[in-house]
Write a protein that binds this ligand. Sequence first.
Ligand code: MN
Length: 319
Amino acid sequence: MKKIALEEHFIVPALEDRLIEGMPAVTPDAQRQLVDLLSDLGERRLAAMDEAGIELSVLSISGPGVQAEPDAARAVRLAREANDLLAEGVARHPTRYRGFAHLAMQDVAAASAELERCVRDLSFVGAMVNGHTHGIYLDNPCYDPFWDVLQQLDVPLYMHPEDSLILPHVLQAAPELRKATWEWNMEMSAHFLRLVFAGVFDRFPRLKIVLGHMGETLPYVLWRLDSRAELITGKRPLAMKPSDYLKRNLYVTTSGQCDDVPLIAAISALGVGHVLFSVDYPYEESAIAGRFLDQAAIAPDVREKVARLNAIRLMNLDL
Ligand code: MN
């Protein structure tokens, strides 16, 4: 079945150092190979897409990117350059690629303006943000102008995990749990819930947030979120139950999770319109991800929604 994939990474030379700093402890050879695959928007990537039946990949800078940059002005400049390079890559294969904007969240006004430029002038279909920016999470009220622009443009924001600012005690002396194994689930699901409980979705009800990795465990805990949130004293007022925001504002992708159990849980918890296919290229195998969706124990009409129809609707794609 033809597919559209949303968490497909690439890298530009100016951001390679940040990428390598943030990589898990792999051999120098494996590191070089990843950078090589990330840099390529030609034959090899297209062949991997073909193998998985992916007609269109939405490309994004592999994190942490400019958000790790201490100098905000430099971050703003590097983000703009990365987006221009991505737009050139997309233009070379306009039927196979789209782009997510890379944004310097250190400067809210600049990030909002760059998002607008990317969507209006470069035809990007949304943005990807890599977790917190020097410890500032997206529920901080300083981001309200950014949410306003995102909502007006009617494009999704893909929230991609990033390392914790300070390693939680429970993860110390447990190197196996770092990063994608478990750290990022904790970090990213909590980051999203900060938006819910800070009332961001009451102020901006039409926001569309995408999480990878089948929703970073969130589709599994809706009932418990509602039941426990009931009991909290001194909480900030919300217009709806926590789960209502997840069902309305959250979309999840299958990136890095090739398993029917979380797929069926996500569809059942969030609704069939809120689950989309992705690979997480080149960190995951496109062929395995493609085969997983082709063979998953779901109805044919559900499979087509997950594979491509939901993506077309979420990003208003003109194919
Ligand atoms: Mn990823």
